[in-house]
Design a protein around this ligand. Structure first.
Ligand code: PLP
Length: 441
């Protein structure tokens, strides 16, 4: 056994025994051990302990927007840590990176969003939004407005509130949920209106939606959907929250995903791409109007805040990361490369038997796997996980979505990806899907 093989074996045994992985098949981990132990990242590539190189076709968890191994971010973190790694922001304590990042966000966010509350990630950001909108209606003298409406196929995280607005299998994982949440069929303005009428607008605090549903299978809303949502929310006095945890900071070819739809939310959550995953950070932006209402109506202390809200090092890295996205025109690159990626998917569709619908917006994309291209009939059991396995063998990491009868491959490569790397992704996908097609006959 080589030294490296011994290391892999040692780590794999320790992994099985001690490391409870997030969102993972717990039995399979015990049987197989850690399938990939990553050691290094550079650009769009990840490297593992076996010396294999992969295109990170998911930007890891939709978040490594500027790509791996960016020394500028490491340098920024080190400098900030040496100066002031951490200090509290409770009460009137503050720090320069958090102040400057909140000002920068106000400058680039959809018009009207002006004040940021920081959290450490997307789930915390969404839970913060749910708490703040409820507190808002309490302050406005409408305490019955408590319910949050979310959509089928939406994912908003795994804290108790976020789970309660999320995908059905996640809701079923725990046998109790947070109170006052209800669900509506995705992308149906009519269904939203009917639900509001049934529940009573005076019981509803807010409606939340991702601009593009990510973990639910990369579903893109029809062109007019969010305009109708905005109108309905205004009509019934319901706040509109967008969850931009995946879609912000260039991912869809615009700075923020909702900009494709020409509407502004009242509240906007972000995380992931704000630091490209280099440090945990998330947050909630409020419209100037809501912020002013809080200032005028609040009495005493706002009793919501995390130890790491406005973490100086995370905020410094966030600022630098946004500067890099701007200076390197990565939002524009996401738009252009997104078109290349979609062209690649369409080429695959016309050259392979088992591809149904393909879709994409910027660098978020999906390929549906079907048994029959004409009828769109699905296979009896999902095939996309087999393709994910074949793609990994050939050096591409992507993800399959199989809940609710879906059989879908999803993609979100780093925004720095170039044409050659997109072509490599397409070519690996072709070989992988063909290999699976051959196993099926
Ligand atoms: N919202 C969306 C749209 C997400 O995709 C995710 C994570 O994938 C979350 C929220 C939760 O974020 P986190 O895992 O940082 O808590």
């Amino acid at each position: 056994m080589t030294k490296n093989e011994r290391l892999i074996q040692e780590l794999s045994e320790l992994d099985k025994k001690h490391f409870l992985h997030p969102i993972s098949p717990i039995k399979q981990q015990q049987e197989d051990g850690a399938a990939f132990i990553f050691t290094e990242g550079k650009g769009v590539h990840l490297y593992d302990l076996n010396g294999n190189c992969y295109i990170d076709g998911m930007s890891s968890l939709w978040n490594v927007n500027v790509g791996h191994g960016r020394e500028e971010l490491g340098k920024t973190a080190m400098e900030q840590m040496q100066k002031l790694a951490y200090s509290s922001n409770f009460s009137t304590f503050s720090n320069e990176p958090a102040i400057r990042l909140s000002a920068k966000l106000a400058q680039i966010a959809p018009k009207g969003l002006s004040a940021t509350f920081f959290a450490s990630g997307g789930s915390e950001a969404n839970d913060t939004a749910y708490k703040l909108v409820r507190n808002y209606w309490l302050l406005k003298g409408k305490p019955s407005k408590k319910k949050i409406i979310s959509q089928t196929k939406s994912y908003h995280g795994v804290s108790m509130g976020a789970t309660s607005t999320g995908l059905k299998p996640y809701r079923e994982f725990t046998n109790s949920l947070a109170p006052d949440f209800c669900y509506v069929e995705h992308f149906s303005a009519q269904a939203l209106r009917e639900l509001i009428e049934t529940e009573g607008a005076d019981t509803i605090a807010a409606f939340i939606s991702e601009p593009v549903q990510g973990a639910g299978g990369v579903h893109i809303a029809p062109e007019n959907y969010f305009k109708e949502v905005r109108e309905i929310c205004d009509e019934y006095e319901i706040l509109f929250i967008t969850d931009e945890v995946i879609t912000a900071f260039g991912r869809t070819g615009k700075d923020f995903g909702i900009e494709h739809y020409g509407v502004t939310p009242d509240v906007m959550c972000f995380a992931k791409g704000v630091t490209s995953g280099y440090l945990p950070l998330g947050g909630v932006m409020l419209s100037e109007e809501i912020h002013q209402d809080f200032i005028e109506l609040s009495e005493g202390t706002m009793l919501h805040g995390y130890t790491y809200s406005g973490h100086p090092t995370a905020c410094a890295v966030g600022l630098k990361n946004i500067e890099m996205i701007e200076n390197e025109n990565l939002t524009e690159n996401a738009k252009v490369m997104g078109k290349e990626m979609l062209n690649g998917f369409n080429w695959l569709k016309s050259n392979l038997e088992i591809i149904g619908e393909v879709r994409g917006l910027g660098l978020m994309g999906a390929i549906e796997i079907v048994k029959d291209q004409v009828t769109q009939e699905k296979f009896d059991s999902p095939v996309s996980p087999l393709i994910v396995g074949e793609a990994a063998k050939r050096g591409l990491i992507c993800r399959s979505v199989i809940f609710d009868g879906q059989d879908t491959l999803v993609f979100a490569p780093p925004l720095i990806i170039n044409k050659t790397e997109i072509e490599e992704m397409t070519s690996i996908l072709y070989d992988s899907i063909l290999a699976v097609e051959r196993q099926m006959v």
